[in-house]
Design a protein around this ligand. Structure first.
Ligand code: FAD
Length: 321
């Protein structure tokens, strides 16, 4: 019995959500007595970066250091992870729920004959069977799913696990695999890079603005606050529809789903479609001049006030820290 964790990286860094998956794998291993947790990483990335998976609980990272394994070649990822999974004799694969994770996990489920549960929020209940709690309906409810197959795949929801980063670096084993050419039948030929230094879907802090900001000329204060906090910027759908902000910043049910530690919503009413994209955030701070704005019901902290007065003061106060 052993646990393999598939870790993703972007811009040269292991994703936080993948480190959370490693922490989950470690806690699961301790719970069921599965021994060492091994991680697998694909494509070009520094070993020193991969070693950080050790701090979250992996003893070793198997690195398939093949530059053809970019994030776009999903079939090749599934093939490579399946090979490593069999090599280490794993019975459970843990990964972070993400668009790449979902695509790879679905293929692996077929390849390995493994039961797949996505959006997992807790360790399984193994007292009778193997029951896994997962988040459904964009975080509004939970479902319990029983997995009856020997092999299991658990895709962990972002921010559902406390990330423990107190272990030592993991050792790195470079692995070379033979991955059939048919797995590279499709490839991404170009990508548009989002503006800003911090990618919205991965950001740990997000400052988002809504129609309450009146116009694109007022976004400077959102950007200043975001800069002071080291945050990515986001917006509500109408704001990107009108063209005040680019579409890749649109957060919500029909836009980017974020899962930061801190989400700051400025001049956003809190419509259910917007909340669907932010309800995995750990802490939500709402700044709105209307005390009846629905967003306050979802907020951990709220400031009732005019954004044009509150934001500059807040930015100055943060700068002074
Ligand atoms: P408004 O609803 O106009 O709210 C503006 C807020 O700013 C108000 O609460 C107001 O009190 C406050 N305000 C005004 N002036 C100030 C000030 N000076 N200081 C502080 N606060 C101020 N929306 C999304 O965001 N994401 C989605 O993915 C999404 N998907 C949708 C899908 C469908 C099928 C549909 C029908 C709608 C979708 N919407 C989505 C739209 C959504 O229903 C809301 O219309 C939208 O979120 C409202 O945007 P808003 O809060 O910026 O604007």
């Amino acid at each position: 019995m052993s646990i393999l964790v598939y870790i993703e990286h972007a811009e040269g860094a292991v994703k936080k959500s993948s480190l959370e998956a490693v922490s989950y794998g470690k806690a699961l291993s301790e719970k069921i007595g599965a021994g060492d947790v091994i991680a697998v990483a694909l494509g070009t990335v520094e070993s020193s970066e991969l070693a950080k998976a050790g701090s979250a609980g992996a003893s070793k990272v198997m690195h398939v250091n093949d530059d053809k394994l970019t994030a776009g070649v999903i079939q090749a990822h599934a093939d490579a992870v399946a090979q490593v999974y069999k090599q280490v004799g794993a019975t459970t694969l843990v990964l972070a729920k993400s668009s790449l994770g979902d695509a790879v996990a679905a293929r692996l489920s077929i390849k390995l004959g493994a039961g797949l549960v996505s959006n997992v929020v807790e360790l399984p209940d193994t007292s009778a069977g193997y029951k896994v709690k997962r988040s459904i309906y964009t975080g509004k409810a939970f479902a319990e799913t029983e997995v009856t197959t020997e092999h299991k795949i658990l895709a962990v929801k972002k921010n559902a696990v406390d990330l423990k980063v107190d272990g030592e670096d993991a050792s790195i084993e470079t692995v070379s695999l033979s991955i059939g050419e048919n797995n590279f039948a499709t490839k991404i030929t170009s990508t548009d890079k989002a503006t800003g230094d911090i990618l919205l879907p991965e950001a740990d802090i997000v400052v988002s603005g809504g129609r309450g900001l009146k116009g694109p000329e007022n976004w400077g204060m959102i950007e200043n606050l975001a800069k002071e906090l080291g945050a990515a910027t986001g917006c509500s759908k109408p704001v990107s529809d009108i063209g005040w902000r680019p579409h890749h910043e649109h957060v919500g049910q029909t836009g980017v789903k974020v899962a930061p530690t801190l989400y700051v919503a400025v001049g956003i009413s809190g419509a259910i479609q917007h909340l669907a994209g932010v309800n995995s955030s750990k802490y939500i701070v709402v700044i709105n001049k209307d005390p009846e704005a629905p967003f306050f019901k979802a907020a951990d902290y709220g400031i009732v006030g005019d954004a044009f007065e509150v934001i500059p003061k807040l930015t100055e106060a943060i700068k002074a820290i």
